[in-house]
Design a protein. Structure first.
Length: 170
């Protein structure tokens, strides 16, 4: 199946648009959330709100690190799978230090073309803000930028969200 990438800034409507794209592929829908609720109360609240907004049309998996395993184990059951958010996933990988983010991204991107479901990936641009001097932040931005570029190169469709409006790049 195809890989679709929906990118943009914070609160630009990426997730909502990705869910609409996925919904067009059939009724069997999955959502893989990469945000870690244990990180802070704000994350837990965002996750709860997003689940409520999605409703029951998506089967939700909360997986901050091993999204490849979730997709490999369940892709044949679904018409489309939304992964939200690739940038958060990269951040999780960098911060935990338990897996190589670039290797994990290669595993994910190699899986996309042979996946039985349409993969719709949400990602955030990391280079529109001002740089943060912390070494982990610099590493995360570098790796996330690289992985975003690789995902965009492999995507059959690529969208950029601008003020809630999707702009098709490819």
């Amino acid at each position: 199946m195809a890989l679709v990438v929906v990118g943009g800034g914070r609160r630009s409507g990426k997730s909502r648009y990705a869910q609409a794209i996925a919904s067009a592929h059939g009724p069997r829908l999955a959502f893989i959330g990469t945000m870690r609720p244990e990180d802070d109360e704000e994350n837990a609240g965002k996750i709860a709100t997003a689940r409520e907004e999605r409703g029951s049309s998506f089967v939700t998996y909360e997986e901050p690190l091993d999204i490849v395993k979730v997709i490999e184990d369940r892709a044949e059951v679904f018409d489309a799978i939304v992964v939200d958010d690739l940038t958060v996933w990269v951040s999780n990988l960098v911060m935990t230090g338990t897996r190589d983010p670039e290797q994990e991204a290669e595993r994910f991107l190699d899986l996309a073309p042979r996946c039985g479901a349409e993969l719709v990936v949400v990602t955030s641009d990391v280079d529109f803000g001002f740089p943060v001097d912390c070494a982990e932040s610099r590493q995360m931005r570098r790796v996330a930028g690289l992985i975003n570029r690789k995902a965009a190169e492999k995507a059959s469709r690529l969208y950029w969200m601008v003020f809630g409006i999707p702009k098709r790049i490819r």
